[in-house]
Design a protein around this ligand. Sequence first.
Ligand code: ZN
Length: 474
Amino acid sequence: MPVRLHNTYSRQLEDFTPLDPVGQRVKMYTCGPTVYNHAHIGNFRAYVFEDLLQRHLEARGYAVERVMNLTDVDDKTIRGARTAGRRLADFTQVYKDAFFTDLETLRIKPAQHFPAATEPRYIERMIAMIAQLIAADIAYQAEDRSVYFRLSKFPDYGKLAHLNLDELRPSGRVASDEYEKENIGDFALWKAWDDADGDVRWDSPWGPGRPGWHIECSAMATAILGPEIDIHCGGVDNIFPHHEAEIAQSECCTGKKFVRYWLHNAHLMVEGQKMSKSLGNFYTLRDLLGKGFTGREIRYALLTVNYRLPLNFTIAGLEAARAALARIDEWVRRISDFGSQMSDTNAASDLPGEFATRHESFFQALDDDLNIAGAMGQLFDLIRESNSALDHGDLTSAHAAKLLAHWESINAVLALEPGILAVPAEIAALVEKRQQARADKDWKASDQLRDEVAALGWTVKDTKDGPKLSPTAR
Ligand SMILES: [Zn+2]
């Protein structure tokens, strides 16, 4: 069964075939963050969904070349830098660095390319594309010295969002700051410099200024991936006008169909409400880590809701993620302990068919437009059924070893393995003291030390192999 994806352009599920079906190479462009602030959990929903898409395509044998851009010049970054009294590049660098740390925390595979809009080669390309559009009479410089895309020259505008272009035409009143344009829908390709831009400016044939946000993505996408891209992703709020504008600019410059498959994830809400600073439910990743949740738990909560459904992000959901991960961990520990014995004579025996089927069904669910909820259902059925088989002595250690291999291929897509937790030196020292107290049969001191360790957030369990430490579940 081929991978099927819902294409926003056609509003249909389509069989996925890349431009290069022989080489199985997939060119994927994903709109990245605007680095004026820490990315919030709604942004990360998109990046986690895109990570799942990449990992599943790789599991199906595709080689994915992915670009994620960084928007490091636009209205918000300029305003932020001015407010902070810093140079734009210094201001955005802080948030670029933070973004890369956050990606790592959430186990999102780094893209091969992270182009930033202000890199000279991309600014040059934006200027070249705009010049080409002006030469073709598709763009024009208005009275305000900015350059706009002439929408009337691109009849397909609105097709991705399924909007009627006529609805975008002015009906009577036109906002006062739009009066220079020929058509209210015309969007800026080049924004003429003004005082508010400070020292943020590049020279161009149309005078000093800076690129519009939309042309940034068209320039970076086509510069790196070429005129035709297999998959372009983003959140639903990117569809209009951003992705419409990307199509218009790119196709008018290259004469080729820009993107074959458009994928958009639905909104994220927090505790049933639209996330907003005024409601106090606006979470960055750091806010959630500060509440004691791990990147892995947050990844689980973002990952396991099908991308085209709205995701209601809740603290209860994070707690459920913690419980689900504990179940996975316990199962993985069990099959790896049992599998590592390998003492059976029937080591070559096949895994019972129902378990192999569950494993294949996990991937088949993902083939179906990344039905992760269905895939997780298969995984938890596999866990339940194989645990029960182990309880009844129905599995050999060779079976367990094969189950472990299945888990590893599933986890290559999920990236939900336990993190290796470094035990702080202070805790290790207390545990060592406690071991000494136990050796001395000083039970009172031993209990006291255990309580001290507990107060620092760690649980110590005595096993036949010595004390085992784990962070206390909160
Ligand atoms: Zn973009």
